[in-house]
Design a protein around this ligand. Structure first.
Ligand SMILES: Cc1cc2nc3c(=O)[nH]c(=O)nc-3n(C[C@H](O)[C@H](O)[C@H](O)COP(=O)(O)OP(=O)(O)OC[C@H]3O[C@@H](n4cnc5c(N)ncnc54)[C@H](O)[C@@H]3O)c2cc1C
Length: 490
């Protein structure tokens, strides 16, 4: 008898039939969670109302029930209750998914909020740390540093959750040197759809380990990760140059030069991004000496016509703070939100025609747009990037060879996002795609694009890997307990 059957038998609960009405299914779910003593938030309570507020105000959903487990057993019981009542189960960590996938990405999911799983335990001797999935990056970075000056590679925003970031990518300003967050996972503890707990690593359940690193949300609920840590460098060159392209052709020249730099010459110690907005900047971190930094940057600056700039030497914690735009440690309850629509592209190469189309669209449509939009180019790959050097099939992350990680973001500072504005970013991406016949661009699920159909999402987020992921899904979640509108197997 499996764990689920045992639990249900012990709780005296019959499996809900597929014909049960949504209301009776929800009542049965509530009863199951209550009998199993899984902590939940009551609909309408202040904590519940706060907790279902997503990072992206534009994309809200109403769950079937909201669990806040404090033990792994609670997570197992919550999954069992969801599965028994045919209610889809969704883990939430930091709640930062652009499509609110941590709230299910649609109404009616059982949310398992991992906020209580946020411990950080460093083992300095083995250079590893066990990190709970519900921690936020700023708190995790601080805890790692305070326990013997350690660090992991992760993204820049201190409010993002470890869970979603690590299971789908995790790019930040040391990724060129150290890889993505998911490249530094040694093992994962995960609650499966049948409610059992397993470890996934290179040695244990390697197919599951492969899938969790790139498409994790469809395969279980991770309770903690064991990561490789490193001793962070303490004398880092943090730079920012103002870049003000005055024409489409000047922007095209800059992007062409950055692409060439990223692919061919950018060393792994140099991490960099172009933030194209009403005020455009080229910023980043160099983990080396000022003299070497100058030598590497000079040819790029000459080619692009960029000059001036602010260049400082920062400790590790100040380096993280420079890109966090606020304190590293996060308030509880977390209450930062934006209202936006976003898209992404992960090109291996932008052809001259694609760059021209991108720059022309910027000139014709973006420059005059007074909303708070941006297009971020992270210099992600190239021959010296730690991300590209990892063989493509090591993990389910599908964008090893992407030269840029491009994030298109359009937000409003107040009020709702008007549906009449969707064509602005959709049109920008389309212009680039139309100029690139025969090229399939990948997209990054950590920048979930709510305008994609499920087929488009599957093809773009897991380009070249989707079929293999579906096979692994059949093994570990055959009844599709962990689903969402864009997740593997949906
Ligand atoms: C302001 C901001 C800045 C960002 N900066 C970066 C950046 O620098 N680099 C980068 O790579 N990305 C960045 N992102 C994107 C971010 O990585 C994704 O949004 C990420 O998925 C958020 O993770 P989360 O746990 O906060 O979100 P959630 O919404 O809680 O979860 C996201 C997805 O992961 C699943 N999930 C979460 N926890 C678990 C778990 N324990 N087990 C199984 N599945 C789980 C959820 O079900 C959901 O599908 C940023 C996002 C924002 C909003």
């Amino acid at each position: 008898m499996g764990y689920t059957t045992l639990l249900l038998a012990s709780l005296g609960i019959l499996l809900a039939g597929t014909d049960a009405s949504p209301l009776s299914k929800r009542a049965a779910l509530d009863d199951c969670l209550k009998t199993a003593l899984v902590p939940t938030l009551a609909s309408g309570s202040a904590d519940y109302t706060q907790s279902i507020k997503p990072f992206n105000n534009r994309v809200t959903f109403k769950p079937a029930a909201y669990a806040v487990p404090t033990t792994v057993k609670h997570v197992q019981d919550a999954v069992a209750c969801g599965a028994a009542n045919n209610i889809l189960v969704t883990a939430k960590s930091g709640g930062h998914s652009y499509g609110s996938h941590g709230l299910g990405g649609e109404d009616g999911h059982l949310i398992v909020d991992m906020r209580n799983f946020k411990s950080v335990t460093v083992d300095a001797a083995s250079n590893t740390a066990v990190i709970g999935t519900g921690g936020r990056l700023g708190d995790v970075a601080t805890a790692l540093y305070n326990q013997g000056k350690k660090a992991i590679a992760h993204g820049t925003c201190p409010g993002v959750g470890v869970g979603g970031l690590s299971l789908h990518g995790g790019y930040g300003l040391i990724s060129r040197s150290k890889g993505l967050t998911l490249d530094n996972i040694i093992s994962v503890e995960v609650v499966l759809a049948n409610s059992s707990v397993v470890t996934a690593s290179e040695m244990q359940n390697p197919d599951l380990f492969w899938a969790l690193r790139g498409a994790g949300s469809a395969f279980g609920i991770v309770t903690n990760f064991k990561f490789k840590t490193f001793t962070p460098p303490e004398s880092n060159i943090v730079f920012q140059y103002g870049v003000n392209p005055s024409s489409a052709s000047q922007l095209a020249t800059i992007i062409t030069a950055l692409q060439d730099f990223s692919r061919n010459t950018q060393p792994l110690e140099m991490n960099m991004r172009l933030f194209l907005a009403s005020y455009t900047t080229l910023s980043g971190v160099y983990y080396g000496s000022r003299a070497d930094f100058d030598k590497i940057m000079q040819p790029l600056l000459s080619k692009t016509g960029i000059s001036g700039g602010q260049i400082t030497t920062n400790t590790w914690i100040n380096t993280l703070s420079s890109f966090a735009y606020g304190p590293l440690q996060q308030a509880t309850p977390y209450d930062t939100h934006e209202t936006f629509f976003s898209k992404s592209l992960m090109p291996e190469l932008l052809s001259p025609a694609a760059i021209t189309a991108l720059a022309n669209y910027w000139n014709a449509n973006a420059r005059s747009n007074s909303r708070n939009w941006y297009l971020l180019f992270d210099l992600h790959g190239g021959k010296n990037s730690a991300i590209t050097q990892i063989p493509s099939n090591t993990t389910a992350y599908a964008h090893r060879n992407a030269v840029f990680k491009m994030q298109f973001y359009d937000r409003v500072n107040s009020g709702a996002y008007n549906s009449a504005w969707f064509p602005f970013l959709n049109g920008w991406v389309k212009a680039i795609q139309d100029a690139s016949p025969g090229v399939d661009f990948g997209m990054y699920i950590n920048y979930a694009d709510t305008s994609l159909s499920k087929e488009q999402a599957h093809g773009a987020y897991w380009i070249g890997k989707y079929e293999q992921l579906v096979q692994v899904k059949e093994v570990w979640d055959p009844k599709r307990t962990f689903e969402g509108p864009q997740l593997v197997g949906s």
